[in-house]
Design a protein around this ligand. Sequence first.
Ligand code: SF4
Length: 256
Amino acid sequence: MAYLEQVANLRLSPSRVSEFTNCPQLYKYRTIDKLPEPPSVDAERGTLVHTVLHDLFESPAELRNLETAVELLPSRWQAQLAAKPDLAPLVSNEKEWIDRANALLATYFKLEKPETFEPTFRELHLEFDLNSDLYLHGYVDRLDVAPTGEVRIVDYKTGKSPKPGWEAKALFQLQVYALLYYKTNNVLPRLLLLIYLGDGALVRSTPTMADLAATEATLMRIASEIKLAIEKDVWPTKPSRLCDWCFFKAICPAHT
Ligand code: SF4
């Protein structure tokens, strides 16, 4: 019965979609079984850097510089630790941890000049019912609306940029946000921008209506696959190099 409710009320976000396409079994562990997972050091570092970049825009434009960002780090880190105490044992060398976050922030300032613009939205929640039993949503790191009305959707990544040929896969998340923004505002975003702080690269795309239609079709197809997996309770494993980072490897049928 619970499975039937999940089929009737499917909630998708770009990360859930990627999870299912990367490995249906991993999707099941996380989304259906809701098994607990320890925090990931890389993901938590990403959260810290995202928080600082979010809060940086609270400062007046002339103070949006690396010094201000570096000053924000310790207090934001302490707040993150207070909210998630089981993170502390994972960070054995706090100086190294902060230094790494500082380096990512330094890279940010080589790629953007935050003193030159005002973001319109930060951590914007977009949501839309694609149909009566498919709810789609996501959180956009930053969305800028220019005085001309042109919209730019920005996402910060603390890892490295994709290898040549993999940019479209990396941009899928922003294509979904563009679709959500179009569905809710009837405006086609002008630019999608991924900012990779791991290696200082930018990945850009100018979406078209055909792109949005293709993204919607992909989402509908994946939603059907997920519903089928739920109904039949069949969750194939997809072993890949991701398995080395998968917390569930010890219980995964592909490795036992
Ligand atoms: S170990 Fe690999 S195959 Fe198994 S659930 Fe994790 S990602 Fe999927």
